[in-house]
Design a protein around this ligand. Structure first.
Ligand SMILES: Cc1cc2nc3c(=O)[nH]c(=O)nc-3n(C[C@H](O)[C@H](O)[C@H](O)COP(=O)(O)OP(=O)(O)OC[C@H]3O[C@@H](n4cnc5c(N)ncnc54)[C@H](O)[C@@H]3O)c2cc1C
Length: 238
């Protein structure tokens, strides 16, 4: 995923031409007439869609419906707890939303917690908020696994979820108006798990003209226009 045309050059200038994407000012040596454009730009996929005119019409119309995907910063903390759960410990997602899994051997784990809407961090940088671990994540971890009371944080990092604000699920398939744009984005923090199936599904759409193995039509852009969210428990609880 993410390995589409847009990865070979920075997509800075697109225009819709008879409702098709083309790139008259591409960084290639000549204008690019695209037969198919796969928007797999992750957290920036709404920006790429907008370049192709998606969402530029009047509100509450198909033309005016934006791709509802935006970057949301999430932290992963790596911690050590020598007496923590061992080899038989699965990845655990607590009902509070806190999650962790073993990271190799030696009592190492990684974990985190998605913030509430009110707590959404600034996305202008990828700085890690260490207080967030102290105040929000650690108490929940220690409640679930008491031995984590004495854990030690070793490192941490932040990344951007490709967050679909509409229903936190992937956007897969064509656009009803921009005829050569395909979507494979908006996976909202579970895109790695979906990647093999989505890659196959989009390949089928391109080669065969329709989904063959799994019918993923419900995940299409159309659902934003029709206001038909796909709700999935445990994803939408955050
Ligand atoms: C902290 C964190 C933890 C996560 N944990 C999990 C997990 O446990 N399980 C899971 O399944 N998923 C997880 N995810 C989510 C997962 O990483 C994403 O859903 C997945 O990486 C999305 O893949 P993608 O190929 O669609 O997008 P990306 O991997 O984001 O790729 C998009 C690509 O598009 C490029 N791009 C953007 N704009 C342009 C442009 N204008 N021109 C050219 N290229 C452009 C970017 O540079 C990037 O290379 C996590 C994400 C984060 C941040």
């Amino acid at each position: 995923m993410g390995n589409d045309l847009s990865c070979y050059f920075d997509v800075q200038s697109c225009m819709t031409n008879l409702r098709s994407v083309s790139m008259p000012h591409s960084l290639e040596s000549q204008p690019v007439e695209c037969s198919a454009v796969i928007n797999a730009a992750g957290a920036w996929s709404a920006k790429v869609a907008e370049m192709a005119g998606v969402g530029r019409g009047s509100p509450n119309t198909a033309e005016g419906t934006k791709l509802p995907v935006e970057p949301r910063k999430r932290y992963i903390y790596m911690f050590n707890s020598p007496d923590g759960p061992g080899m038989d410990c699965p990845m655990l997602i607590d009902s509070s939303g806190v999650y962790f899994r073993r990271e190799g051997f030696g009592g190492n784990y990684i974990g985190g917690l998605s913030p509430s809407e009110e707590e959404e961090p600034d996305i202008s940088n990828l700085d890690v908020d260490h207080n967030y671990f102290q105040e929000k994540v650690w108490p929940l971890l220690a409640h679930r696994v008491p031995v984590f009371e004495s854990l030690k944080v070793k490192s941490a990092w932040a990344g951007f979820y490709d967050y679909n604000t509409f229903d936190q699920n992937g956007v897969i398939g064509t656009h009803p108006l921009v005829q050569n744009m395909y979507f494979a984005c908006g996976f909202s923090g579970h895109g790695l798990q979906h990647a093999p199936a989505v890659g196959r599904a989009v390949a089928e759409l391109l080669i065969d003209g329709d989904f063959q193995t799994l019918n993923l039509k419900p995940f299409g852009f159309q659902r934003f226009i029709m206001n038909m969210p796909i709700k999935e428990r445990n994803i939408n609880m955050e």
